[in-house]
Write a protein that binds this ligand. Structure first.
Ligand code: HAM
Length: 413
């Protein structure tokens, strides 16, 4: 028997309702916030991620699925979406002429990580990116959008962490202080952190090893080094969140594992997930477009891990979405009428179904129940003769007889 490789998953129909519960909520939030979908390639030239994410990041240095095509060019399965969206944005003249763009995407990402609960090699993200504004309103908007998706899916036990890691100008002084602090404690650091010390100092704050965590607790805080503009940006974001009742906690050590961030970083975390506790994360990346040879375009975005959100709603009862109406008939002419009604309902944008071979009322009512129909529309001989139908509200059991014209009006109301 051939088995799947480690760190990839099959999602069978019994889990699909739960899966769609998450992606439907995301799509709804994207629509409500006026984000438009972009479909980006699954593979890119390796350069896209090396340049975009930073050579020293864990993702680029050890987690990419990279291979050569037949012409000897290096390709990589996308480990995330942001670098690809930026590459596409710069490459496409039409969109980068617009002053503001709000994109969203969904799909599989690939990282050669050690598989464990909530950490896969092929996982799915939905994400959003806003191009063209420095305004902290947009930092707020992407956070608020993810917050609304989280609430829509029914996840309650989570926390939003935010931070500002400043801009390269104010970060320089901070990094020098941080390096001094850690150099003084080099002996006590784990092996990885000793390497990070000179290469990627900020990532020292991200280490999960207990002894490094302890050292971190006394480390200088980036928020004490922000220049006036970065501080003001951060304050405005917090004000937007507070005014709009979005609870958050400031975490001055939230630096994230990607090099492109500037100013805002944030994570949605849930303790229930264990070690891999972030189910969504993002931040601002005002210099990435220029890094890809585009004109200066500030940007901010986030991505959520669908499988991690899936774990958080695993125990919830998610009922499949029902149809609007199931049309019941007694065969012959009543079937022809039932077909007409079903097709009119579908044309009007309502989900409707019938059983063309339905023999008994009982059997058809059973189907309606299974399909979680909101209404049953019954066409018997009397209804056929009088151009009426019997409309039964499945929840209350109340039945009324109405004309077909009234039916369409009621169903569309
Ligand atoms: P990220 O933090 O690398 O950010 O990933 C975002 C989310 O993807 C994580 O919070 C997690 O839920 C999920 N995720 C990441 N790796 C795995 C994995 N191995 N298995 C399962 N789920 C995973 C980004 O990808 C950035 N592109 C976010 C962003 C967009 N920043 C600005 N715009």
């Amino acid at each position: 028997m051939i088995q799947k490789p480690p760190g990839v998953e099959d999602i069978f129909p019994d889990r699909i309702d739960r899966w769609n519960h998450i992606t439907d909520a995301a799509r709804q939030a994207f629509r409500l916030h006026n984000f438009r979908e972009i479909i980006i390639p699954i593979m890119e030239y390796t350069e896209v991620f090396a340049r975009g994410l930073g050579d020293e990041t864990d993702i680029v240095s050890k987690e990419m699925f990279t291979f050569e095509d037949r012409g000897g060019r290096s390709l990589t399965l996308r480990p995330e979406g942001t670098a690809s969206v930026v590459r596409a944005f710069v490459e496409n003249g039409e969109y980068n002429r617009l002053s503001l763009n709000k994109f969203f995407y969904m799909g599989p990402m690939f990282r050669a990580e050690r598989p464990q609960r909530g950490r896969l090699r092929q996982f799915n993200q939905f994400g959003a990116e806003v191009f063209g504004s420095e305004d902290p309103y947009y930092d707020y908007e992407v956070i608020a959008m993810m917050d609304s998706v989280t609430k829509m899916t029914g996840i309650e036990d989570y926390e939003l962490l935010i931070n500002s890691i400043g801009c390269p100008r104010c970060r320089e002084e901070y990094l020098a202080k941080l390096r001094d602090y850690y150099h003084d404690r080099e002996e006590q650091l784990c092996k990885d952190c000793r390497q990070r010390l000179n290469k990627n100092t900020l990532r020292l704050l991200d280490c999960k090893v207990e002894s490094c965590r302890e050292i971190r607790s006394g480390a200088p805080l980036i928020t004490d080094y922000l220049d006036d503009e970065c501080r003001e940006h951060h304050e405005k974001l917090k004000k937007y969140l507070t005014t709009n009742n979005i609870a958050f906690r400031e975490d001055p050590f939230l630096v994230r594992g990607l090099d492109y961030y500037i100013r805002t970083t944030f994570e949605f975390v849930a303790d229930r997930l264990g070690g891999q506790n972030a189910f969504a994360a993002g931040g601002r990346y005002d210099q990435l477009v220029e890094h890809f040879d585009g004109k200066h375009t500030p940007a901010v975005g986030f991505a959520a891990g669908i499988e991690r959100m899936f774990l958080l709603i695993e125990e919830k009862e998610i009922l499949p979405r029902g149809i609007d109406a199931f049309v019941i008939h007694t065969g012959g002419e009543t079937l022809a009428r039932a077909l007409e009604i079903t097709s009119s309902l579908r044309k009007a944008g309502l989900a409707a179904d019938l059983d063309p071979n339905g023999k008994t009322f009982k059997g058809q009512f059973k189907r309606a129940e299974r399909d979680r129909a909101h209404y049953c529309i019954i066409i018997g001989e009397d209804e056929l003769k009088n151009d009426t139908c019997t409309l039964k509200d499945q929840a209350s059991g109340i039945q009324i007889t109405i004309t077909l014209k009234e039916l369409m009006e009621k169903m569309q109301a």
